[in-house]
Design a protein around this ligand. Structure first.
Ligand code: UD1
Length: 338
């Protein structure tokens, strides 16, 4: 198939483009480069032995998207493009609703005009909010707790309504847990701009000497070691989940929701110690106050993805840390030249 990937130069996007190229698909990647570098796709091309087509465009620009669909008609779309920093989303909510929600509406309108009705959407486990205990199951009532999460929830609603409006739509909503790690080559990985919000990129920058120490947000939760537990998923497993969902959509119409996670909780301190093992050196840390909005325990019930897609995670926390570290140490400044 020819697949159009929005947000194709980003962290999860670039790993998914590589998986698709390796699976024999052709890829047109669209990105506005607001938080990523085209260098990721250049390296994806090296790893795959052939290139994706790259178009610099913004998903809120319908005319630009129309031109991409006319020049490179895709059979399906994987939609990653969007803003994703939880804290920032409370400071500039309009930017989040415009880019994520309006951008998706533009993309869907263009898809409809061009008769493309297969889409895999990058949602988030954050839509589960705090109303249910772990493990999270797709049929639970959702309720996100911040503007970023609400954009994901609203897009899920829009896609559900679209799917209900016509039997021609094939829609997958993928709820990711905590993606970490990097391609085992160490050539592509996560390259956060500024101070990382997420745990593993922060640990990696401490390990490489860019930051002094990790602040562990909260050591007094009701969990085995007092720190929060998360369901970490290797980004290559996640990329393969997208390919599996796409295959499923080829002969299933309707709207489908799948958790993409491992089904296991790993605590912040367990993750830190696993990363120390990969590095072979201690990583300085300090227990700090809790971060507002954090839930103590958060992991997936991934059984629906296994039953429907035959997909499950295969890469361990150790592999996530080793691969993330290989990327970080060989690219201490990410895609920027050192
Ligand atoms: C966060 C977002 C979630 C988003 C996901 C993407 C919040 C509240 N949630 O999830 O919406 O979909 O990222 O991956 O931001 N931690 C530290 N020190 C740090 C950074 C994190 O102790 O410097 C702890 C956090 O308190 C948390 C755990 O590590 O307990 C994981 O944090 P993070 O990587 O930010 O992911 P989530 O909060 O689970």
């Amino acid at each position: 198939m020819r697949i159009l990937v929005t947000g194709g130069t980003g962290y999860i996007g670039s790993h998914t483009v590589l998986t698709l190229l390796e699976g024999g698909h052709d890829v047109v990647a669209v990105d506005n480069l607001s938080n990523s570098s085209p260098e990721s796709l250049r390296r994806v091309g090296e790893l795959a032995g052939r290139d994706a087509t790259f178009v610099e465009a913004d998903i809120t620009d319908e005319a630009a998207l129309d031109a991409v669909f006319a020049e490179h008609p895709p059979e399906a779309v994987i939609h990653f493009a969007g803003l994703k920093a939880v804290g920032e989303s409370s400071a500039i909510p309009l930017d989040y609703y415009f880019n994520n929600v309006s951008g998706t509406i533009s993309l869907l309108r263009v898809m409809e005009r061009h008769g493309v009705r297969k889409i895999v959407f990058s949602s988030s486990a954050t839509v589960y909010g705090d109303r249910n205990p772990a493990p999270y199951v797709e049929k639970m009532e959702i309720g996100a707790m911040n503007p970023y999460g609400r954009t994901k929830e609203q897009i899920e609603d829009i896609l559900s309504d679209l799917g209900a409006s016509s039997p021609e739509w094939h829609i997958a909503l993928l709820r990711y847990f905590n993606p970490v790690g990097a391609h085992p080559s160490g050539r592509i990985g996560e390259d956060p701009q500024g101070i990382p919000n997420n745990l593993v990129p922060f640990i990696a920058q401490v390990a490489v000497g860019r930051r002094e120490k990790l602040m562990v947000f909260g050591g007094d939760y009701e969990t085995p070691d007092g720190t929060c537990q998360r369901d970490f998923i290797h980004v290559v497993d996640l990329a393969q989940g997208h390919a599996a969902a796409l295959t499923y959509l080829e002969d299933h119409a309707g709207v489908f929701r799948w958790n993409l996670g491992s089904g296991r909780g790993t605590s912040v301190l367990e993750m830190l110690h696993a990363f120390e093992k990969a590095v072979g050196a201690p990583i300085p840390y300090e227990i700090a106050p809790r971060r507002a909005g954090d839930l103590p325990a958060f992991w997936a019930d991934p059984s629906a993805a296994l039953a429907d897609l035959g997909w499950s995670t295969t890469r361990t926390v150790e592999a996530m840390c080793e691969d993330h570290w290989r990327w970080q140490k060989s690219n201490p400044m990410g895609y920027q030249p050192v």
